[in-house]
Design a protein around this ligand. Structure first.
Ligand SMILES: [Zn+2]
Length: 467
């Protein structure tokens, strides 16, 4: 009730300000009054979507000093120091760098058929770096790797030199179970002591957050075990993500009671008990629904032909043998889904149900961050915008979907003070895109420039042009 009131007051005040012609431009804001000489780059013109405000601003000026944003204001109202390198975004949109909140750098999108491409450490290393670059060219400036071998941690410097900022979980924690198959990607524990020890070992190896699996394939950890994992991580300043891949109220309840920070995948939004969603909202737990996966595996293979499956610009960036393997993989999924459909399964219904769960959660105040489960089956790297487009198609206002892909993503990382919006004092992670993402969210695939920490990377024009 109070929330609705606040919402009304906010909407009302925005309407009043709009009426007065005052809304879009407050006074120019500066990070500090340090010397102007420090400004290293100015972005001017076009439209700014800053990640905070519910409207785009026309004709902005963004001053960048070194790796940070120094000032944001309106063209003509902010002094651009003479001699500074100026990028003109006339006719284009400036957005915060995108944050992929759920990705796996070691995955190519071929499911178990990744293996021939990744079966030696050298091949795997090349795949990881290639994926990092593909993400970067598509505007992803921060990436949350939700589970990998330790190689990703070891390659951190190279990944960050050629790609996005890396936030990696390394191997995922899982309750030990004699019946479950073991994997180098899982770190098993049994009992509070071992759970704590495993977290400490992971921290020593340089992880950025802890990922723990709560699935039906294994027994759930006890509340004591999971609480120990959370307290050990929090003590080191790290956040905890819980993987829950089937509707499972008991697992969601356990995760909330233990104090995890994010919950991964769609299933946790399909809880039977609404109070769990309210509790997520109250505890500020962020959910990353990884929705696009559903469309990529169950709907697209039926509706798209080979050439349409991976569209430009990614189509031209992928090595031909990988592109070929992806279309073969899609053909395999097509056969599977057709078999399921013959037995009564309706893939569109699955998407509709996901939409219903997503809407219910949003109405109850649950915060959503975006991540397509990049690297998983039929979700190759370099197409993060697909997740965003799906939300927009499901009725989420595009500007809100962009905030989920930027500001809320930064919250999921626990780095909202430095990342996720374009405002003074934050790290200068921005992208420039061609086309209007508010009228057509697909425009997000036309990234022409990526700036990370003040460093400019121009995306080759022939690659950016896609239609
Ligand atoms: Zn995942």
């Amino acid at each position: 009730m109070a929330g609705t009131m606040r919402g009304c007051v906010r909407t009302l005040s925005i309407l009043v300000l709009l009426g007065l012609g005052m809304f879009p431009w407050p006074n120019p804001r500066c990070a500090s009054d340090e010397a102007e000489a420090e400004v290293t780059l100015a972005l001017i013109g076009g439209w700014l979507i800053d990640g905070n405000t519910p409207l785009p601003f026309e004709d902005p000026v963004i001053l960048i000093a070194g790796e940070k944003i120094k000032a944001v204001g309106r063209l003509g109202r902010v002094r651009i120091p003479p001699g500074v390198n100026v990028i003109d975004a006339q006719g284009r949109f400036i957005l915060p760098g995108l944050i992929d909140a759920h990705a796996h750098l070691e995955g190519l999108g071929l499911g178990e058929q990744d293996a021939p491409f990744t079966d030696t450490p050298e091949k795997l290393r090349q795949v990881i770096l290639q994926n990092a670059r593909l993400n970067f060219l598509s505007g992803v400036t921060s990436l949350r790797d939700c589970g990998s071998s330790e190689l990703v941690l070891k390659l951190r410097d190279q990944i960050e030199a050629e790609g996005p900022r890396l936030f990696a979980a390394g191997p995922q924690l899982a309750k030990r179970d004699a019946a479950a198959s073991s994997s180098p990607l899982f770190l098993e524990f049994d009992g509070v002591k071992e759970a704590r020890r495993k977290v400490r070992e992971q921290i020593a190896k340089g992880i950025d957050f802890v990922k723990v699996r709560l699935t039906r394939q294994r027994p759930l950890p006890t509340l004591e075990e999971l609480s120990a994992i959370v307290s050990e991580a929090h003590r080191a300043g790290l956040r905890v993500a819980a993987h829950i891949d089937v509707p499972y109220d008991e697992a969601v309840r356990l995760a909330l009671m233990a104090g995890v920070d994010t919950i991964e995948h769609m299933a946790p939004l399909r809880v039977y008990d609404d109070r769990l969603l309210l509790e997520m909202a109250r505890r500020n737990v962020i959910v990353v629904p990884t929705l696009y996966q559903l469309q990529a595996q169950r709907v697209d293979p039926l509706e798209k032909n080979e050439e349409e499956l991976i569209e430009p610009p990614l189509q031209t960036r992928l090595p031909p043998e990988l592109l070929h393997a992806l279309t073969q993989r899609a053909a395999l999924w097509r056969r599977t889904v057709l078999e399921w459909r013959a037995r009564g399964y309706d893939p569109k219904r699955a998407l509709r149900e996901a939409f219903r769960a997503l809407t219910r959660a949003r109405l109850l105040g649950v915060k959503i961050a975006l991540g397509p489960d990049t690297g998983s089956d039929l979700v190759p790297h370099g197409r993060f915008y697909k997740e965003l487009v799906l939300y927009a198609n499901m009725g989420v206002p595009p500007i809100e979907a962009i905030q989920m892909a930027t500001r809320i993503g930064a919250e999921a990382l626990g780095r909202e003070k430095e990342l996720g919006t374009i405002e003074p004092g934050k790290l200068a992670d921005l992208i420039i895109i061609e086309g209007d993402p508010l009228l057509d969210p697909e425009a997000l695939r036309n990234v022409v420039l990526v700036i990370k920490g003040g460093r400019v990377i121009e995306v080759p024009r022939h690659e950016a042009k896609s239609r």
